[in-house]
Design a protein around this ligand. Sequence first.
Ligand code: PMT
Length: 400
Amino acid sequence: MLKDKKIVVGVTGGIAIYKVVDLVSKLRKQGAEVRVMMTEHATKFVTPLLFQEISGHKVASTMWSGNDEFNVEHIALAEWADLFLVAPATANILAKMACGLADDLVSTVLLAAKKPVIVCPAMNTGMLENIATQSNLQTLKKRGVTVLDPEAGPLACGVTGAGRLPEVPTILAFLEGFFAQREGDMRGLKVMVSAAGTREPIDPVRFVGNRSSGKMGYAIARSASLRGAQVTLISGPSALTPPPNVTTIQVETTQQMLDACAKSYPEVDVVVMAAAVADYRPRDVATQKIKKQNEDALTVVMDKNPDILKTLGAEKTHQFLVGFAAETQNLLANAREKVQKKHLDMIVANDVTMAGAGFNADTNVVKFLYADGQVEELAKMSKDEVARELLDRVLARRKH
Ligand code: PMT
């Protein structure tokens, strides 16, 4: 989402500037074009030369510098940008913005800006909590400025509290989400994705589970979010970090996954069930750890679990329903049967016996089957690529 975006970064005088140096570098690596403008106070923390080297362009810091790049610099910068990002945003610049002051280059450019403005406040907790700063932030929000809330933690002034500039990956994810919500081809859509395997307890320390890592489902959730969808990820236990800008609900058992899915289902437009759901659960869950017996065998009686996808299929109103089929034999026949029985619009069939496919792999080898009987075979590709291909088909086939 950040490729070719023109971003003016307004740097004001706060200790968190060191993070913004890295931020500018990362923005450029992601293909954004960045111009930096600095307040005079900011130049006391780092010299414009550093930002000039990192951004690849002269830095604007005064109205009177005669910078060749832009004519009537403040107006030109204001018109050039797709987005203005003020980071770190001091209490001083927030106050100036709220009052409409234009007494230096940064405040003047921001006053002339017609494109979206995001501010990232970073300051001492007392300054942040001061009623004047809070009121300025409210004023700016009401006028359409987006505020990335500061985080809590130890601050440079020795205080622990709110006021830290979020880490660079958090700011980048926020920017990606910001552009995705405005420009992504899935904006306005609500997507529910399930991922990873469910676990059924046997006793307090043991469970029946499977080898699903969550990689496939997390890739779909991430990809849908990057395309602007509002994503709810319902995940069984997984070692993966949930993607940013996604509402993640952690569950363990099939019943918990069913409950979470059923709750979100009426509101969503698209459902992708990539989770490996346990078909059976132990009938009796021991309250204490089961001790080793003298007998050579231990019998665990299992009861059938509800079929989440079948339940959703039976209650389908407007949702586009995508299932997965993990098969070790008769891939197409079994997948076709699932499309029919579960009232699916589409199923992703993976032959999990193939190298580089299925459980825990970084790649997958899949076939797309549709309710009308059509079949599409895809080459081996990364799970991120499978996710993109899948969402392309969902968009093309979904009835509006
Ligand atoms: O997580 P990874 O390591 O990346 O692995 C990805 C994956 C192999 C788990 C994934 O690509 C996949 O194939 N997921 C579905 C696995 C599966 O359980 O398939 P199934 O054929 O048993 O179930 C068919 C469909 O019904 C699935 O969408 C499943 O989520 C759903 N189901 C199954 C049983 C059940 N009780 N309720 C369900 O909703």
